[in-house]
Design a protein around this ligand. Structure first.
Ligand code: B16
Ligand code: MG
Length: 214
């Protein structure tokens, strides 16, 4: 393939915010009176806020009115923001900055494709807003991953054909979204979980552009 653009998921790829999502959802589960484990939290990765809440309530076998759902989701987000607002450049995952620099030096366009409505806030904290040519986040899309919208829009805004894009994702729904958009996908994490990816890497540490053969 001719590589022209790389689209990065944010949570779990550029930074590890899954731990903060977990703490904030767990706080809600505690209040509602049920146990929510880190294993349960795996199901929420890459999933939108309201869909995450639906899964959480299903785990706890709790039913809430639509109004209550909106309220508890907002409370969860406020707690999550308290953690996220403390993030700095030092929270960028190992090897990411070096890899982004190599891509930029090779004139490859860079984009963010995240389900999070807090993506810009996080990117501001870690000082990476200007590193990306386009930022597509949860505020710009109407269909959650595995729908291709988030990545298709990223490619469109970069004026790049899907066949020339590679997506980096840590969630199964995200890998499916990339494939549904007609893009190759590199899974970041465990090969057992990210089986559907075209290639899986443990992280960006020591990763070179030449290592990516798709
Ligand atoms: P927010 P990503 C996703 O971000 C997270 O993986 C997922 O756990 C979260 O529920 C979702 O963003 C929505 O986040 O509540 O901040 O809008 O992995 O697509 O970058
Ligand atoms: Mg993710």
């Amino acid at each position: 393939m001719i590589l022209k653009a790389c689209l990065f998921d944010l949570d779990g790829v550029i930074v590890d915010t899954a731990q903060y999502h977990y703490l904030a959802w767990k706080n809600l589960a505690d209040k509602l009176g049920f146990v929510f484990t880190e294993t349960d939290n795996e199901q929420l990765k890459g999933v939108s806020r309201m869909e995450s809440l639906r899964i959480l309530l299903e785990i706890g076998n709790v039913s809430l009115s639509e109004q209550e759902k909106i309220q508890v989701a907002e409370e969860k987000n406020q707690l999550y923001l308290q953690y996220v607002l403390r993030m700095t450049r030092g929270d960028v995952l190992p090897g990411v900055l070096e890899f982004l620099r190599e891509l930029k030096n090779n004139k490859i366009l860079l984009g963010i494709g995240s389900a999070s409505k807090n993506a810009r806030t996080i990117l501001e904290g870690i000082e990476l807003v200007s590193a990306f040519d386009v930022i597509v986040d949860g505020n710009l899309i109407t269909h959650a991953k595995p729908h291709p919208e988030v990545f298709a829009l990223g490619a469109q805004l970069l004026h790049t054909d899907a066949s020339c894009c590679i997506v980096f994702e840590d969630a199964i729904a995200g890998i499916q979204a990339a494939h549904n958009a007609g893009m190759k996908c590199i899974g970041v994490g465990s090969p057992e979980i990210l089986r559907e990816a075209d290639l899986v890497i443990p992280g960006f540490k020591n990763l070179k552009l030449a290592d990516i053969k798709l």
